[in-house]
Design a protein. Structure first.
Length: 355
C-alpha cells in the first residue's frame, strides 16, 4: 500500500512539474510572438515599437535560418521609437531596404566595446552575389555609440550600402578608428544626409574620424549634398568635417561643414609615433586624401561659420584638405568651386595643408 500511495504522489508531482515547465516557455514564446512583425499586404515589414525593431535585429542573428531581409523592405511607422529601455545590439548583415520614414529613433545606446561594427546597424559582410542594402529616411535623435572600430550613427561598416536622406542629431561616438556620423567605413554612396550637434572621438594612433564618414574606401563612391553642423571631431591622424580619410576614385561634392571643431593630434606612445607625429592631418572637408591614377574629385563644397581646424604643430591642416598622399608622386585630384566662408582663411589656414 505504501508503494502505491508513493507512486500516486510521484505521479502528481511529475504532472505538476511538467505543467510548470511547459507554462514558462509558452509564456516567453507568446511574448516573443507578440513582437513578431509580419509583412503587410504589399510585403513591407512595418515596425511600430522598439520591441518590434528588436525583433528585426534578432532575426539577423539566428543561429539557423537567419533572416537578412534581402529584397525586402522594413519601414518604421510611429510618432517615435524610444530605445531608452533596450540596450541595443546592432542589426547585422542586413541586405534589404530599411526605410526610417523620418520617424525619430531616440535614446539609442550601443556598448559594443571590443567589437567592430557599431551603430543602429553593425556590419554588412562582403559577398559578391548579395545585393547591397539601402538605408534611407532614418532619423536618430540622441545616441551614445561605443565600439572598437567602424562606428557610425546609421551603420558601423556599411560596405557597399547606400545611405540616403538620413539625419543624426545629439549623439556621442567613441571608438578606435573609422568613426563617422553616418558610417565608420563605406564603399557606397551617401546622399543628402545631415549630422548635427554630435561628438566623435577616435583613439587609434592611425585613426580616421569624419563628420559623415570615417573612411571612404577605394572605388567610385560619391558623398553628395551632406551637411555637418555644430559637431566636434577629435582623433589622432586623419580628422575632417566630412571624410576623415578619402581613398582614390571617390567624390565629395555639394557638402557643407558649419561651425564645427576638427582636431588631429598624435598620442606619443607607440613605435609608430616617430613616423607619423608630423602627419596628423585635419581638414574642413577631407582629412587625408590618398591617391593613385584613379581621379578623385572635391567639388562645390563649403566650410562656414566659426570653425576650428587644428593638427599637430598645425602642420597638415587645411580648410579643405589636411594632407594629400599620392603613391605615384602625381596629383590625381580635381578641386572645383570649393569655398571657405568661415574664419579659417583669415586665421592663416590654407586650402590644403602642408608640412
Amino acid at each position: 500500500m505504501r508503494k502505491r500511495r508513493f507512486g500516486k504522489k510521484m505521479l502528481s508531482a511529475l504532472l505538476i512539474a511538467g505543467m510548470l515547465l511547459t507554462a514558462m516557455p509558452l509564456s516567453v514564446f507568446a511574448e516573443e510572438e507578440s513582437n513578431a512583425v509580419t509583412p503587410d499586404e504589399s510585403g513591407v515589414y512595418v515596425v511600430t515599437t522598439p520591441e518590434e525593431l528588436q525583433w528585426v535585429a534578432d532575426q539577423t542573428r539566428l543561429a539557423e535560418n537567419a533572416e537578412n531581409f534581402a529584397g525586402k523592405i522594413v519601414r518604421l511607422q510611429a510618432a517615435e521609437i524610444d530605445m531608452q529601455s533596450i540596450p541595443w545590439v546592432p542589426i547585422d548583415n542586413f541586405r534589404g531596404t530599411f526605410d526610417g520614414n523620418n520617424v525619430p529613433i531616440k535614446n539609442l545606446t550601443v556598448t559594443n566595446t571590443g567589437k567592430d561594427g557599431s551603430g543602429l546597424f553593425g556590419s554588412i559582410a562582403y559577398t559578391e552575389s548579395a545585393a547591397a542594402p539601402t538605408f534611407k529616411n532614418i532619423v536618430i535623435d540622441g545616441a551614445t555609440i561605443t565600439g572598437a572600430n567602424d562606428v557610425g550613427g546609421i551603420v558601423g561598416n556599411a560596405y557597399s550600402a547606400d545611405i540616403i536622406n538620413c539625419k543624426v542629431m545629439n549623439a556621442i561616438f567613441n571608438g578606435g578608428t573609422r568613426i563617422g556620423g553616418m558610417a565608420g567605413l563605406s564603399y557606397g554612396d551617401i546622399t543628402n544626409c545631415e549630422v548635427i550637434n554630435c561628438q566623435m572621438t577616435g583613439t587609434d594612433e592611425n585613426g580616421a574620424v569624419g563628420g559623415i564618414i570615417g573612411l571612404i574606401g577605394e572605388g567610385g563612391s560619391v558623398i553628395d549634398s551632406c551637411n555637418v553642423k555644430g559637431c566636434t571631431m577629435v582623433g589622432n591622424r586623419k580628422i575632417a568635417g566630412i571624410a576623415g580619410a578619402m581613398q582614390y576614385g571617390n567624390t565629395i561634392k555639394g557638402c557643407t561643414v558649419n561651425s564645427s571643431t576638427i582636431r588631429a593630434t598624435v598620442k606619443f606612445s607607440s613605435i609608430l609615433t616617430p613616423i607619423i607625429k608630423n602627419a596628423a592631418a585635419a581638414g574642413g572637408i577631407a582629412g587625408e586624401v590618398i591617391g593613385t591614377s584613379t581621379l578623385m574629385t572635391l567639388q562645390d563644397n563649403t566650410v562656414s561659420g566659426d570653425m576650428t581646424v587644428q593638427s599637430n604643430q598645425n602642420k597638415f591642416r587645411g580648410w579643405l584638405i589636411g594632407s594629400m598622399t599620392y603613391r605615384s608622386g602625381t596629383q590625381y585630384v580635381t578641386l572645383t568651386n570649393n569655398q571657405d566662408l568661415s574664419n579659417l582663411t583669415g586665421a592663416g589656414v590654407p586650402e590644403i595643408g602642408t608640412k
